[in-house]
Ligand binder design. Structure first.
Ligand SMILES: [Zn+2]
Ligand SMILES: [Zn+2]
Length: 71
């Protein structure tokens, strides 16, 4: 088995064929806002499930619900 150094931090070893160690991968994923990582950024406070667009207060699902219930 041959290991290479991570090309980013140059500290951790990575498997052959890989460029980045897990740590760097995770960091990058967080930075680029990958879907799985970083969920808590903008979550609808009402249903606590759906993502919000920038400066939305609630997700469209909850908004619809609220509109329907409103008189
Ligand atoms: Zn690394
Ligand atoms: Zn919601």
């Amino acid at each position: 088995m041959r290991y290479n150094r991570c090309s980013r931090c140059e500290l951790n070893y990575v498997l052959k064929g890989e460029e980045l160690c897990d740590i760097c991968k995770r960091e990058l994923a967080g930075k680029y806002g990958d879907d799985e990582v970083h969920i808590e950024e903008n979550i609808c406070p009402y249903c606590e499930k759906n993502k919000l667009e920038l400066d939305e207060e609630m997700c469209s699902y909850c908004r619809n619900k609220k509109l329907k219930g409103k008189r």
